[in-house]
Design a protein around this ligand. Structure first.
Ligand code: ASP
Length: 358
């Protein structure tokens, strides 16, 4: 088994994501991650196991006895939520997932309130947190920081797991897990997700959820991916390279209506203008044809769904919100269950939960 203690940071950082995967595996459960850093760590069997566990946790939690059973499982564990980038739903979703499992949490949400303000490096801050906690759930604007921290901690005397809750413009693996869970649940009784067409629309250039989900979809059979965006915000070439390499069908388009007619899922995203190089850069892009409203709803198939990682601006009109095909609120709740499933798995409790009497 490959270990992060056997490789220098420089050599590890230089590897491709698929080659990094074995270094991040769980020592007691090699199909699952120990450090969760990017979507490339999950194959179909890992995804199906996590979805089954999320369903199980959701079911057990329905009764008071079941909820108390879950709440007693991980009372001996503590998790640190280190969010140095704005977040409300992802922060609360991880917090709620920890609460379901009885994990005690601590949080730092603003580097200005930590010793980083006194000039401490992020590496030192995270080493400090690892002294008090058993897992670090982190979000950072810095691409690659979660990876660096995973390597650092694995090479320290407290090698606790890192869970990436969003890194730069790069990856958002737990969002992709909840998106897959939502797709699996939506098509569960309608023939499953193989063979489906998924359209991504909006800021595909800088939306990290798109990169992570596009990869996870390659684990399923014959899924076509359509990327609809203004040309300035089209999907980056690294995403397309992976699809080509894996022989996945895809299409680049600027016609949301045409894509909506043939899609089983339309995944809308907001313009990520916090990454603009100059003030007002995104506002100059004409985005009016990349919004989902009443007319697009008319074109959408009766079993198709609309998704969004949220927060939304005006890319989905509120008139769509009460349509049964609007999945974005359910996506959020699904996030809490699948994150609880992932955290329980990292702590080695999958089998206990799957086999308990509830
Ligand atoms: N909440 C998602 C993210 O953290 C999507 C977004 O911010 O637009 O990437």
């Amino acid at each position: 088994m490959l270990k992060l203690t056997d490789i220098s940071w420089e050599s590890f950082a230089a590897l491709g994501l698929e080659s990094k995967k074995p270094y991040l595996e769980h020592p007691d459960d090699p199909g699952m991650p120990y450090h969760t850093l990017f979507a490339q760590q999950f194959d179909r069997s890992a995804l199906e196991r996590l979805c089954a566990l999320a369903n199980r946790i959701r079911f057990i939690n329905k009764s008071k006895e079941g909820a108390l059973y879950l709440k007693n499982l991980l009372t001996h564990k503590r998790a640190m939520l280190y969010f140095s980038q704005p977040s409300s739903r992802t922060f609360l979703s991880h917090l709620a997932a920890c609460q379901i499992l009885g994990i005690t949490t601590g949080s730092v949400r603003d580097a200005a309130t930590s010793s980083e303000f006194k000039g401490e490096s992020r590496e030192d801050s995270i080493r400090t947190f690892s002294s008090y906690f058993d897992m670090i759930i982190m979000r950072s604007p810095e691409q690659g920081l979660a990876e660096k921290m995973a390597w650092e901690l694995s090479n320290s005397e407290r090698p606790i797991p890192i869970l990436n809750a969003g890194s730069g413009k790069d990856q958002h693996p737990t969002q992709a897990l909840l998106d897959i869970y939502t797709l699996i649940r939506s098509f569960e009784t309608k023939g499953g997700i193989d063979g489906r067409t998924v359209t991504f629309c909006g800021d595909l250039m800088r939306g990290r959820t798109v990169r992570s989900l596009s990869y996870l979809l390659t684990n399923f059979n014959d899924i076509k991916q359509i990327f609809v965006a203004p040309k300035e915000l089209q999907v980056p070439s690294d995403v397309i390279d992976i699809l080509r390499e894996k022989g996945v069908r895809y299409e680049i388009s600027d016609d949301l209506r045409a894509a909506t007619r043939i899609s089983d899922a339309v995944y809308m995203t907001r313009i990520q203008d916090e990454w603009d190089n100059s003030k007002g850069e995104s506002a100059k892009i004409d985005t009016h044809r990349f919004k989902f409203g009443a007319e697009e709803l008319e074109l959408l198939g009766k079993d198709a769904i609309i998704m969004h990682p949220l927060p939304r601006r005006d890319e989905i009109a509120t008139c769509c919100d009460h349509d049964p095909r609007a999945m974005y609120w359910r996506q959020m709740r699904n996030g809490m269950w699948i994150r609880a499933a992932l955290i329980a798995t990292v702590f080695g409790f999958e089998k206990t939960i799957m086999e308990c009497g509830y």
